[in-house]
Design a protein around this ligand. Structure first.
Ligand code: NIG
Ligand code: FE
Length: 407
């Protein structure tokens, strides 16, 4: 199957020569593009591309005229909790009336609320709901995604979530990575026996999860009131013994030391980072761990935003992800995430697109497959409607500017 897209107003995030594995510092402001371009796809892979002056005349099966439109790689959303059983709009109202996210959690709401609902739902219904959500974010341009467990909080529930994710991997049509996040909250039965829950995760859940190949990564909600540094360290070590690289929640609500711990364990990414200062930045500079910002959660919880400028200006990469989940960010809409990144984090549109394409791919170890327009990579692409500029995507927020998706 050969598909030619011609007359593309701007083809964004192209790569020729040496491929980049991620983008950092001032390079993030650069989005390599070709004006008036063509792109040829063969059997789902990028075959070739160039300027219209050199458009190939060979036989193709389908031709798309992209006059006035942009083409760019599909979004790579590297942090979501898309598998969940029910919305938490009641807690949303509680927070409007004055409760904080932590207070809601302390009253047995939050993650524990989601765990009750998830454990009461059968696997096939959970799958159907999750597939619907996946299809919705794909329609908004997401072409690769990471999904976490963490609402089971018991062996059976965690396995149910991970089996749903595996089925999504098989049928979803885009690359999906799975993270094992049993250490998301202490379940009610272990409230007074935290050590018991850590042992349950390490001795009983991990061997099954790893043995059945149900997870790619190990995640922990490293946070005051959830999992502290010593517990997180033990969990990450245990995950590594089973071949699961760390990819953790760090520094969302407090300066927890989670960023430094992630770097020390060569985490693939440390995610959230509402609380970041000099020490965290210096630590990130010493390793390859990707700082992943989730400003959708800061937006929805009314918290202060992540210091993206400080991170980029110190030469580091920034990755953006949605955190799609029923509590802190009930939206997996990447175009809206771009708007928040530009308006609140003061990232330029080019930086934001780099953060959610190549850097998003890198935060899921998909940088050789996704995230740029490069010969041989998977052709998961967005074709926009007729729009005046790339900046128009985050500018025209709330409106759908995607015309067609190629997955
Ligand atoms: O990334 N912070 C921890 N976990 C999720 C929220 C989970 C929830 O509230 O259900 C997050 O924001
Ligand atoms: Fe999260």
């Amino acid at each position: 199957m050969r598909l030619l897209i011609s007359n593309i107003k701007q083809l964004h995030q192209v790569e020729t020569g040496e491929g980049r594995l991620r983008v950092a510092g001032e390079d993030m402001a650069v989005l390599p593009s070709i004006e008036n371009a063509w792109l040829l796809i063969e059997n789902g892979r990028i075959h070739s591309f160039g300027e219209m002056a050199s458009v190939p005349e060979s036989q193709v099966d389908e031709c798309i005229d992209a006059s006035g439109k942009m083409v760019l790689p599909a979004w790579c959303d590297s942090h979501t909790h898309l598998v969940f059983a029910a919305p938490r709009d009641g807690e949303f109202v509680d927070r409007i009336k004055g409760l904080t996210y932590e207070e809601v959690a302390r009253r047995g709401g939050g993650i524990l609320n989601s765990a009750r609902r998830l454990n009461a739902m059968d696997e096939s219904e959970l799958y159907d709901q999750s597939l619907e959500r996946l299809n919705r974010v794909m329609a908004q341009g997401t072409g690769a995604i990471e999904i976490k467990s963490g609402y089971g909080l018991c062996l059976e529930g965690e396995l149910k979530m991970l089996r749903v994710i595996r089925k999504l991997k098989e049928n979803g049509g885009i690359p999906i990575k799975a993270s094992f996040l049993a250490a998301h909250a202490y379940p009610v039965d272990y409230k007074e026996n935290k050590e018991g829950y850590i042992s349950l995760i390490i001795d009983e859940m991990l061997p099954v999860v790893a043995g059945e190949g149900l997870a790619d990564y190990m995640d922990v909600f490293c946070e005051q009131g959830f999992f502290g540094l010593p517990e997180t360290e033990r969990l990450l070590d245990a995950g590594l013994k089973h071949g699961l690289k760390p990819k953790i929640h760090a520094n969302q609500l407090h300066f927890s030391g989670g960023v430094q711990l992630g770097v020390k364990h060569n985490a693939l990414s440390v995610d959230h980072l509402e609380c970041v200062a000099e020490a965290e930045i210096e630590s990130l500079k010493t390793g390859k761990t990707m700082p992943t910002l989730l400003p959708g959660a800061a937006f929805f919880l009314g918290m202060h935003y992540q210091p993206a400028r400080k991170i980029i200006d110190s030469g580091l990469p920034v990755c953006l992800a949605t955190d799609y989940n029923p509590g802190s960010c009930p939206s997996g809409n990447v175009p809206f995430l771009l708007t928040i990144a530009c308006t609140q984090l003061k990232m330029t549109p080019e930086e934001a697109v780099n953060a959610v394409t190549l850097n998003g791919a890198a935060a899921m170890e998909l940088e050789h497959e996704m995230g740029t327009i490069r010969v041989g990579k998977r052709a998961n692409l967005i074709i926009t409607k007729k729009i005046p500029s790339l900046a128009y995507l985050p500018y025209d927020y709330g409106n759908n500017n995607i015309e067609r998706l190629i997955f």
